[in-house]
Design a protein around this ligand. Structure first.
Ligand SMILES: [Zn+2]
Ligand SMILES: [Zn+2]
Length: 293
């Protein structure tokens, strides 16, 4: 057979390709649902910045992945791999593969939960997470609105601790875990969907909207990406009330351009440093005044 045709056939028959198609189909459906039944009206020009972030982050991920993977592999190799063998649960066949995805995602979500909490509790880490939260019209493209620094923090908080603690079938997880990633787009979508009494099973758009809410009583709630169980266990869960769909954003923060978006952490860190230096100077001035008295 002609070689290009062979390559195309191999690609079409590859299960990872089917999963990629499913993921894009899910994203497309969410986009369509948002367009047909939006929870909040969004000005069309608002999508521009998030789409630019998606393109730039895509390029940054492609460029950084070899270095991040090599660094991550080296750290994992030197520390040791998989102290707890989850393959004992039996991950054979299609059902086993699905169990592997659920268990893998649950474990991954545990580490992501703590990474996410650290982004909110540490003033330094918050500066780069702020871009994601500054979206005053949360919609499915907000899932792509992240500062590239977050890409470099994932191995530190998620990949390395997860690989060191748990042994999972890597090939299954690598291929099948694409499905859960599509869920992030669903969770950010601008639709009223809360799963009623089953809100605790899977993160819904209404559930994640509370995490992005501008309302003060919603601050630092609903950190989980996929499973609210981690919020319930660690006391940060807020069940969305029926039809509850608050506005989103961060009071006093408005990011309009890509330059602003990417420079924001640097500006925030500079401000923090200057505040620290001036408070130190005030402290030493007060001490010398005290000595003089
Ligand atoms: Zn957050
Ligand atoms: Zn979010």
């Amino acid at each position: 057979m002609w070689q290009p045709v062979e390559w195309v056939l191999a690609l079409i028959l590859n299960p990872a390709f089917h999963l990629m198609c499913l993921m894009f189909l899910a994203i497309g459906l969410v986009g369509l649902l948002e367009w047909l039944l939006p929870a909040h009206d969004i000005p069309s020009q608002h999508y521009g910045l998030n789409l630019c972030c998606a393109v730039v982050n895509g390029v940054a991920i492609a460029a950084a992945t070899p270095f991040i993977s090599a660094g991550t592999a080296r750290v994992i190799q030197s520390v040791g791999l998989g102290l707890i063998d989850l393959r004992a649960l039996g991950f054979d066949g299609v059902t086993g593969g699905l169990i592997a995805v659920v268990v893998g995602t649950l474990v991954l979500d545990f580490f992501q939960y703590w990474e996410h909490r650290a982004f909110h509790s540490s003033k330094i880490l918050w500066q780069q997470h702020l871009l994601h939260h500054s979206d005053e019209y949360m919609n499915f493209t907000t899932a792509a609105r992240h500062h590239p620094i977050e890409i470099f923090l994932v191995p530190v908080f998620v990949t390395i601790p997860m690989a060191v603690l748990f042994k999972l079938p890597p090939i299954n997880i690598a291929a099948l875990s694409l499905i859960p990633y599509a869920w992030d787009y669903v969770a950010h979508s601008n639709v009223r969907l809360g799963f009623g009494p089953f809100w605790w099973v899977l993160v819904s758009p209404n559930y994640h909207r509370i995490h992005h809410s501008i309302e003060p009583h919603h601050i630092d709630r609903n950190f989980a990406m996929w499973f609210p169980i981690w919020d319930i266990v660690f006391g940060t869960a807020v069940a969305p009330r029926p039809g509850e769909c608050p506005g989103t954003g961060v009071a006093g923060e408005s990011v309009q351009t890509l330059g602003q978006a990417y420079l924001q952490p640097l500006i925030g860190w500079r401000r923090m440093m200057l505040e620290r230096l001036s408070s130190r100077a005030r402290g030493s001035r007060a001490a010398s005044d005290f000595d003089r008295q």
